[in-house]
Design a protein around this ligand. Structure first.
Ligand SMILES: Cc1ncc(COP(=O)(O)O)c(C=O)c1O
Length: 371
């Protein structure tokens, strides 16, 4: 039995009766740009994130870029970000005119280490992009006061953590709720995936929301009048229709991912050579990825590939060591936790439609390798 890393065909089978009519409605209207579905999705996703405003855009990368553009970065301005994340987090800082400053992660959660952020703040720091990686939130209760004390913006990259939440002061807070803004991705493989690219920014701040809505439409609120130079970064109405139809399934999908993760945790508890992912007890994890740390990682990956078990290394090279950032002068050894993670992590199939039989097969193949 082969097991894919993700099975969107299986997901589609369960929802096509709901999604296809939503698409047909847009097609019948031939209203593809900024149709009513876009505004409805903005409201619904903002509500799911406990935010007042949602601004849909063309991708999770653009969501980051628009948010960072709204910071009006000047040459030399620094934005602190983890090195263990998808490239877009730091690429957007560069493209918005800032300099990424890379910091290390917590070895348990893989999320940004607040102590490392505190040590990296300088007079040039303008922002912090915290990444809620693999489906759980970073230590916001430590990062928020830090950002506030230094007067810098805290942007939450929640591309992998839509509607994940964290208990702080006995209250649940959602990804994107507490920062200056939060950014989301609807890339097809995300927990809430479109049928193409898509993204959104959520925020409590009405002035920021208005600025972002303008920036995504060439910097103007009236057609053919432009207050500043913005972008064309709209979310297609067709994608909004797909996402609106899929959104009600998200809570049950996240619960199913958690159940799959717990099943792996039990199965690998006594497996020497495998360290299961640690969920911070303050978090409700949505397991965008189930990422183990293993001995002889590359040999295990070859074994899984030979047995037809989907897997992937997120991420094989820290952003501080990427060739494009060589001019920033980072050397190997600078971020040891990131560097240990990039050599030992491996993500396994964890999606709602994964069957017990498929998961048992993944477990057997991993356990057999370490026997
Ligand atoms: C942490 C993180 N940030 C940003 C992005 C960018 O999102 P998109 O692929 O929608 O541009 C992704 C998506 O892979 C991501 O995982």
């Amino acid at each position: 039995m082969t097991v894919p890393l993700l099975d969107l065909v299986a997901q589609h089978e369960t929802i096509k009766e709901v999604v296809l009519p939503a698409l047909e409605a847009v097609i019948a209207r031939q209203g593809f740009i900024m149709g009513p579905e876009v505004g409805a999705l903005e409201e619904a996703v903002a509500a799911a994130s406990h935010a007042r405003h949602g601004i849909a855009c063309a991708s999770g990368t653009d969501a980051l870029l628009l948010a960072l553009k709204a910071l009006d970065l000047q040459p030399g301005d620094e934005v602190i970000t983890p090195a263990f994340t998808f490239f877009a987090t730091a690429g957007a800082v560069h493209n918005a005119g800032g300099t990424p400053v890379f910091v290390d992660i917590d070895p348990g959660t893989f999320c940004m280490d607040p102590a490392a952020v505190a040590a990296a703040i300088t007079s040039r720091t303008r922002g912090i992009v915290v990444v809620h990686l693999f489906g759980q939130m970073a230590a916001m209760e430590a990062l928020l006061p830090l950002a506030e004390r230094h007067g810098v913006a805290l942007i939450e990259d929640a591309a992998q953590s839509i509607a994940a939440r964290r208990r702080m002061d006995a209250t649940w807070h959602y990804a994107g709720e507490l920062g200056w803004c939060g950014t989301l991705s609807f890339f097809p493989t995300k927990n809430l995936g479109a049928w193409g690219d898509g993204g959104m920014i959520v925020t409590q701040d009405p002035a920021l929301a208005a600025r972002l809505a303008s920036l995504r439409l060439h910097g103007g609120t009236r057609e053919y009048f432009h207050d500043e130079v913005g972008f064309n970064s709209r979310l297609d109405t067709l994608q909004a229709a797909v996402l609106l139809a899929k959104l009600p399934f998200l809570p049950s999908w996240s619960a199913a991912r958690r159940a799959r993760a717990m099943r792996y945790d039990d199965a690998f508890a006594d497996c020497d050579g495998v360290v299961t992912p640690s969920a911070d007890p303050a978090n409700e994890h949505i397991y965008h990825q189930y990422t183990i740390q293993v001995e002889r990682r590359d040999a295990l990956q070859a074994h899984l590939n030979a047995e037809g078990i989907g897997n992937k290394i997120y991420y094989p090279l820290g952003l501080h060591l990427q060739p494009c950032f060589a001019p920033l002068g980072y050397r190997e050894g600078r971020l040891p936790v990131t560097e240990a993670a990039m050599r030992s992590v491996l993500s396994l199939p964890v999606y709602p439609e994964l069957t017990d039989a498929q998961q048992d097969r993944v477990i057997d193949v991993v356990r057999a390798f370490y026997r």
